[in-house]
Write a protein that binds this ligand. Sequence first.
Ligand SMILES: Nc1ncnc2c1ncn2[C@@H]1O[C@H](COP(=O)(O)OP(=O)(O)OP(=O)(O)O)[C@@H](O)[C@H]1O
Length: 594
Amino acid sequence: MVLMKEKETVKGKQLLLTFIRDHIWSYVAGILILLFSSFCAMLIPKILGIITDGLDKRNMAREQIYQYVLLMLGAIILVFILKYIWRYLLIGNCRTVECYLRDNLFKHLQTLSVDFYSHHKTGDLVAYAINDIQAVRFMFGGGFVQALDGITISVVSIIFMANTINPILTVMALAPVPVAAVIMVRIGKLIRERFKRVQEAFADISDKVQENLSGIRVIKAFAQEREEVLNFTKFSQSRVDTQMKLTQASAIMGPSAQICFGFSFLFFIVYGSRLVMDGTISLGDYIAFNTYMITVMGPVMNISKIIETWQRGIASYRRLNEIFCVPPALEGTVSICDVCEIKGKIEIRNLSFTYPKANRRALKDINIQLEQGKTLGILGKTGSGKTTLINLLLRLFDVKDGHIFVDGIDINKIPVDVLRECIGYVPQDNFLFSTTIKNNIEFFKPVHSDDEIEEVSKISAIYDNIMELQEGFDTVVGERGTTLSGGQKQRVSIARALIKDPSILILDDSLSAVDSKTEETILGNIRDVLESRTGIIISHRISTVMHADEIIYLENGRIVERGTHAQLMELEANYFKLYKTQTNQAETLEEVVK
Ligand SMILES: Nc1ncnc2c1ncn2[C@@H]1O[C@H](COP(=O)(O)OP(=O)(O)OP(=O)(O)O)[C@@H](O)[C@H]1O
């Protein structure tokens, strides 16, 4: 992915800063309670030291000892309660941050351009939404809390050690700490880099699984299962290799911290015992110091885990940030807000278009005038630019070279939602959701009556098929509509476009999977629907577009022929040849059938 400019990185940071600002009181309260709880915890070794000295010198009354023991018990209970509260506040926030980031990522993904999805794999994006967000959550939760707890306990212990026992002994005991810090920072960086690679390897696996499952029918049809398994093993192995490298780095961290701390203990035992013997510190102080050292040891032992969590979190945060910094589609365009309805007049003037990152134009100098209520038929070889024209009409891509006017308004100035709301579009690749046919037709908006749903189903000639199903409109279709035939899927998609009652109806090769009799029925019904609307019908079949008010023939992104069916037949060029080929084919087929 492209390196981000400094300005762009602000977006991801802003998101986290906004979260922290919104939850600042729980953070402040959590941190203050944590500090107080650490202070209370540090009283315990001191009380232990006082009791030890009392017993050692035999100058402490039994009642006094009981009082100290009660004090210690009180401190333990208080620490327990305080710890519960601060963990609830701070760990609770990390669960919320996970949900907050995931919601924002999902929201952001909805705003990204179609082109973004042409260049990013689904499995990869799933990895961002699951793995990376989880790693950030661990950083915000366990990582943050353990680091804060560890730092507080260590700092408070050191203050107690230096102030109440002996500063020189404290310095001696902590001498190896800077060495440990340098080692931790170095290994930490290595962990971050390696974790990034682990996440990338996971994204590859996720992508492979997603692609394989989506294409399982093709894989089976071509008997490619074995190759797929072998291919998958390579991805799996790559993940193991990257993970092993990460484990190697993190495995050094824990023992390094322990060795450094071992030296600290050694210094303390040698130097501390000497101080007890020459009477500089009491035995109680020695015991208390020892307890403080053990208290500090907890976070030190944990430091490898904490650093690893942080470095993983930072690596994932950076990956997420790259996605958050991708600007939303059509970000720079200005919309006029008072347009709230579209009647359907379309004018295309000198329009050319090149896809981002492509090196040749998909459309060249297109000019079309389509009055409201009229129908345009588009024909052309595959790859000639038919769908591209529709992509621009739907503003899936920005119009930069030339103009498209809808109702006389530049399309770039019409609010995208208003524009798309007024267009009923049946795409070439019909996508049905794994839910009921009814939900698929109304697109999860339960605002239509059963009569309306039935009516559009009848227009698109799918009603009888639906009625034959056991659950009728409540039949749940398989993922991507797999339990329906290609032609049935196309017709459900037509019903979905019609129920919007659109001003402009676009059918992009939407009848290619239906037989010619059904096509005739649908076209007849749609002709009635199109009487009051603007229609654009794309097809490879002359029979689908021949009744249109105007037909254009595209070749390499350019309009090479235009006119009515009769005019194009008179031209005796591409359209005519196609007509001849298709009628000959139909006649031959009829003879064969006879
Ligand atoms: N997202 C994209 N990025 C780059 N090039 C693209 C993209 N989508 C389409 N193209 C290219 O633009 C050209 C026009 O494609 P388009 O899909 O408009 O053709 P079409 O006439 O609809 O073809 P078909 O009849 O096969 O559907 C083709 O050369 C295609 O490879």
